[in-house]
Design a protein around this ligand. Structure first.
Ligand code: FAD
Length: 436
């Protein structure tokens, strides 16, 4: 595919996430050649990463091989590669695998963590963006519990078992809820030697409410649910410092912890080479047809794209449905354009948002109605099962959830890949001193 001059257009889409996947699906069996380039050979269902991190689901249930999705589509090709540079003149992408020529380029590269003034110490924190991140987090928490059993120093013991989460959005909230459940139901059985009354799970949110962007009901209920699960929520309290041992907030709160999980911000990520005028506040500016400003054959969809509109002057929210809808429409629009028809502008169809805080507890905001509790949780579960890619993944996730529901347990607590990364965890001098 890479070098051949073909009569039909060669569309290269960088990223097989929510946007890229829907885009490529829309072009299956059509009169175009499509190459999906992704640095992972699978699609990741990010909204359920926290379940992998807390042992509720296997990683295989939320990831799906891209090659399998397109096995029957003879016009869709997959390249496992990281795109490093775009040459808009020669229409060539430089990747760590090979150079790839495009007639049309679609950027669907998503986003990555944004650390604000914590950039310098991001190595001391854990994050949750990819399947490896989720497995690292799972291993890390379990490893610390294994170490805590033998730890004699009370201060270091505290550090090993305490968990801090920064960011009161859906990711921070869902993770905190799942950890709260783990503390209530699983850790007491697995680690009877550890006094769990001493364990603190604290969620820090710099704003005055959780789930900013959702309804007041959702925000209040989420707070109530987390408290019921023993999670301490600190609103209006910004974390200002963390040295790998002690976290400090603006309000003067201090907490000893070895596990600081950062979920407080995201920023777009994309290869370099785009015209400077196309970049605004770190996102790629596009028009209502997803066309990148200052180019005629480059498009951007999903988290990476800043499509300003009357309703969304700073671009659409970085959410899976936006990415999917932009991907679907762009595929249709490119086919329309090929057929000499006019493209249709993008209008976001907001079907609602939801978040869960453990079993029987969830919040759902529909466009005109909000609800919470058991039925919200059932709704959350069914919607997520329906959205997972692949029949096996849907069945596996549903099966695990049903078993976990009745047994209050899950067997996914293997430390398969002990996580030791420079910076995170045990290397600090303070800890060495504590040990002496
Ligand atoms: C933990 C978590 C929980 C979330 N929960 C929700 C939720 O409950 N509801 C919701 O609506 N949204 C949620 N989101 C946000 C949602 O996942 C994103 O909005 C969505 O994934 C955006 O889709 P995308 O296609 O733009 O990017 P992604 O899905 O991130 O896909 C980007 C793809 O591009 C690839 N890529 C990136 N750079 C390169 C490169 N240089 N070369 C090759 N490949 C590259 C990546 O490997 C990835 O596969 C959550 C996100 C996270 C991290």
């Amino acid at each position: 595919m890479e070098d051949s001059a073909k009569s039909r257009p060669h569309i290269v889409v960088v990223g097989g996430g929510f946007a890229g996947l829907e885009f490529a699906k829309g072009l299956k069996h059509k009169e175009v050649d499509v190459t999906i380039v992704d640095k992972h050979n699978y699609h990741t269902f990010q909204p359920l990463l926290y379940q992998v991190a807390t042992g509720g689901l296997e990683p295989d249930s939320i990831a799906y091989p891209l090659r399998k999705v397109f096995r029957k589509a003879k016009n869709v090709f997959v390249r496992w590669a990281t795109v490093e540079h775009i040459n808009t003149e020669t229409q060539v992408l430089t990747t760590d695998l090979c150079d790839i020529h495009y007639d049309y380029l679609v950027l669907a590269t998503g986003s990555t963590g944004r650390y604000f003034n914590f950039e310098g110490i991001k190595d001391k924190m854990l994050t949750l963006k990819t399947v490896p991140d989720a497995l690292n987090l799972r291993s890390y928490i379990l490893q610390n519990f294994e170490k805590a059993i033998a730890e004699q120093n009370p201060a270091y013991f505290e550090e090993l078992i305490n968990i801090a989460i920064v960011g009161g959005g859906p990711t921070g909230l869902e993770l905190a809820g799942a950890l709260g459940e783990m503390k209530q139901h699983i850790l007491p059985l697995d680690y009877p030697e550890i006094d769990l009354n001493k364990m603190k799970i604290v969620l820090f949110q710099s704003g005055e409410a959780l789930l900013a962007g959702m309804s007041e009901l959702a925000s209040k209920k989420a707070l109530k649910y987390l408290k019921e699960l023993g999670v301490e929520v600190r609103l209006n309290d910004r974390v200002v410092d963390y040295d790998g041992d002690v976290l400090k907030t603006q309000g003067g709160y201090e907490m000893r912890t070895d596990t600081l999980i950062w979920t407080a911000g995201v920023k777009a990520t994309f290869p370099n080479g785009l015209p400077e005028a196309a970049i605004d506040c770190g996102r790629v500016r596009v028009n209502q047809f997803s066309n990148v400003l200052g180019t005629n054959n480059i498009y951007a969809i999903g988290d990476v794209a800043e499509m300003a509109s009357e309703d969304f002057p700073r671009g659409h929210p970085m959410m899976a449905p936006v990415a999917q809808q932009q991907g679907q429409l762009l595929a249709k629009n490119l086919l329309r354009s090929q057929a000499g028809k006019e493209m249709q502008p993008f209008v976001y169809n907001d079907k609602g948002t939801m978040a869960t805080v453990g079993r029987n507890r969830a919040v759902v905001d529909l466009p005109k109605y909000s609800f919470s509790g058991f039925w919200a949780w059932i709704t959350w579960m069914l919607v997520h099962v329906a959205l997972l890619v692949g029949f096996r993944n849907k069945i596996a996730a549903l099966f695990d959830w049903v078993v976990n529901y009745f047994t209050y347990d899950s067997p996914m607590r293997l430390i398969i890949r002990p996580f030791r990364e420079e910076g995170v965890g045990t290397s600090s001098s303070v800890k060495e001193e504590l040990r002496r």
